[in-house]
Design a protein around this ligand. Structure first.
Ligand code: 3Y8
Ligand code: NAP
Length: 253
């Protein structure tokens, strides 16, 4: 009988959780514990890190997991690397469920940087009004560019004010809408949007809003990922689980 560990935290992970629950597949949904009130799931939920690769290996063995589905965000590179390594060490079947990167379309004014430091580097210009749609974890890096006015958007209110002298903070968890993001950009007279190339729909509204308003976007490209079976639609992952993906098991003796 399959027993799935679903590493979550994205719209696609929540969609797969719904399908697994509907099909009565035994599965556990896992959050890192980054947010105060993560969305409820129709599966048993565990919250918090595993304790590195070895912790994850122990978990896979102790829970007799047969399939590990990594549906974490494309920027959750550490978790994804651990998942590949732990699945290989235990022989547990492994697949990623992620979304294709966004590509610029007519009307988009994107420039690309490789990572957060690259985005900080690119902001060395004159004073601008910057929408930093990157969440809370990397905001301190932008203290190196204090000249700008920043519009920040976090999932939860921070314990201490962000270390940016001139900022406004919006607390909102998304998924977002084009109308809402357009209104936000106009209200705050935004000149530039900084975004991660997350893909998917849940974070795409700001790109459509920027296009409609003719605003430039500084796009942070996603980190490289190890080679692995990768699905882009939850149905494909369900098929893989349901149709004879031979449940990988540690070779018992
Ligand atoms: C904790 C689980 C669902 C999943 C919803 C998606 C959509 C809304 C868009 C902007 C961009 C950002 C951020 C974002 C989006 C979805 C999805 C997505 C971006 C939750 C969630 C968890 C997190 C963690 C959080 C990070 C932050 C990133 C905010 C839940 C809501 C910027 C990424 O405050 C913090 O510490 C937040 C940290 C990692 C990135 C960062 O660097 O700060 N996501 N987001 C997951 C866990 O604990 O395991 O609380 O319900 C999930 C979602 N966030 O089914 O409803 O699918 O991507 N999340 C980015 O993409 O750029 C917001 O503001 O425009
Ligand atoms: P990360 O940097 O790749 O992971 C750092 C550590 O967090 C991992 O080594 C692991 O701790 C723990 N972790 C991450 N995801 C986990 C999960 N689903 N279940 C249990 N532990 C997890 O990850 P991140 O960028 O901080 O993202 C954390 C979570 O937020 C992920 O679930 C991701 O899907 C979600 N999210 C992230 C972003 C983003 O922009 N990064 C956007 C939307 C949602 P141990 O080493 O102790 O096991």
């Amino acid at each position: 009988m399959p027993n799935i560990l679903l590493l979550g935290g994205t719209t696609e992970a929540s969609a797969l959780a719904e399908m697994l629950a509907r099909h009565g597949v035994r599965a556990t949904f896992s959050y890192a514990g980054r947010t105060a009130n993560p969305r409820g799931q129709p599966l048993p939920v565990r919250i918090g890190g595993f304790g590195g690769v070895s912790g994850l290996i122990d978990y896979l063995r102790a829970q007799d997991v047969t399939h590990l589905v990594d549906a974490t965000h494309p920027f959750a590179a550490t978790m994804s690397a651990h998942a590949v390594e732990a699945a290989r060490a235990t022989g547990v079947a492994h697949a990623a469920l992620t979304r294709a990167p966004w590509v610029a379309v007519t009307g988009d004014r994107w420039s690309h940087v490789a990572d957060i430091p690259g985005a900080v580097e690119a902001l060395d210009g004159p004073v601008s009004r910057v929408m930093l749609a990157l969440g809370r974890m990397h905001v301190d890096a932008f203290a190196a560019r204090p000249q700008h006015h920043y519009l920040l958007r976090f999932v939860d209110a921070p314990d201490a004010p962000p270390a940016l002298p001139d900022h406004r903070l919006v607390v909102d968890r998304g998924p977002f809408t084009v109308e809402g993001d357009s209104r936000l950009m106009q209200e705050h007279r935004i000149d530039l949007i900084v975004a991660k190339n997350s893909g998917g729909e849940g974070a795409a509204a700001k790109l459509a809003a920027a296009r409609a308003l003719g605003l430039p976007v500084l796009m942070i490209d996603r980190p490289a990922m190890p080679d692995r079976i990768t699905f882009h639609r939850p149905e494909e992952a369900l098929d893989w689980i349901g149709h004879g993906a031979s449940p990988g098991r540690e070779r018992g003796v």
